[in-house]
Design a binder for this molecule. Structure first.
Ligand SMILES: [Ca+2]
Length: 295
């Protein structure tokens, strides 16, 4: 069975079918708890199946809120912290617990007096809700113990926004789109004008798209027929303002690309070559030019 939060506080706002939300600044969560007890592993699986995950305590305000509104249970509640390789870790984010964030009850974590009490290590964390002493504080416990699961649901889900950041708002969320995207889920990329991709004489263009034809971050590479050179070699990019990064280039002039010289010649050799070619040129001219100088 599933218990929905009972809304009694002004901090809470009722959402049909979703329980109740606690909103701290712009962040909102709905809390849920099981009406049966389970071990820590089962509790986490139950939370992940029905909600987002086991609770991760954000601040003292949240602790106060949970302690005020959750019913007292004899075995208390499992929360989303576990000892992993000797370090207390928030299981939802896989981040280690900082000293400032800890909320241990007096004398805890004691690891069951290092096994002296129960012969087993205490690697999971419970929260003392409505306990007569140390209410809202944490205790390390053996993971196989049976306790109530405490879960939360964030309004923002993994797939809430396709190309944007999800921002929690009171009772809901909205998508803040990344540059170049729009739509309620930021699912659309802005489009650039295809007709602006004019072809210059002797030129052609090929476009590659990331998000769709002629949309944000599409790249259009121009090329020229052999012997012609682009006035600007960089491809045109469709920008977030729906404009191409620059106008289409032109294909310019006759820029025959000659193969590089095969051997480096010394100045001496090339000098002789020039002389030889001069001689053969004048010799070749001799017969036809001869009459001009025959006097
Ligand atoms: Ca303990």
């Amino acid at each position: 069975g599933i218990h929905l939060w009972e809304c009694k506080s002004t901090q809470c706002a009722k959402t049909p079918g979703r329980g109740c939300m606690l909103c701290v600044q712009v962040q909102c969560w709905s809390y849920f708890y099981s009406n049966t007890t389970m071990d820590w592993e089962q509790a986490r699986a139950w939370c992940q199946e029905h909600y987002t995950d086991m609770v991760a305590i954000q601040n003292q305000e949240e602790i106060g809120h949970l302690n005020t509104w959750l019913p007292k249970k004899a075995t208390y509640y499992w929360i989303g912290i576990r000892k992993i390789n000797g370090t207390w870790t928030w299981v939802g984010t896989n981040k280690s617990l900082t000293t400032e964030a800890t909320n241990w009850a007096k004398g805890e974590p004691n690891n069951g007096m290092n096994g002296k009490i129960l012969g087993d290590s205490e690697d999971c964390v419970e929260m003392y809700i409505k306990r007569s002493s140390q209410p809202g504080k944490w205790n390390d416990e053996r993971c196989k113990k049976m306790k109530t699961a405490l879960c939360y649901t964030a309004a923002c889900q993994k797939d809430s926004c396709v190309y944007g950041e999800c921002v929690e708002t009171i009772n809901s969320h909205r998508c803040q789109c990344f540059e170049g995207f729009y739509g309620d889920k930021c699912q659309h990329a802005v489009q650039c004008n295809k007709s602006e991709l004019t072809l210059p004489p002797k030129g052609s263009v090929v476009c590659t798209d990331k998000y769709g034809n002629f949309t944000f971050d599409s790249l259009c590479q121009y090329s020229c027929e052999e012997g012609y050179k682009l006035s600007k070699p960089e491809p045109l990019r469709c920008t977030a303002t729906k404009n191409w990064s620059h106008p289409p280039p032109t294909c310019e002039g006759s820029w025959k690309i000659l193969p590089p010289p095969q051997k480096k010649q010394s100045n001496f050799t090339s000098c002789i070559r020039v002389l030889i070619s001069c001689c053969s040129f004048s010799l070749a001219l001799q017969p036809s030019s001869a009459p001009l100088f025959s006097t």
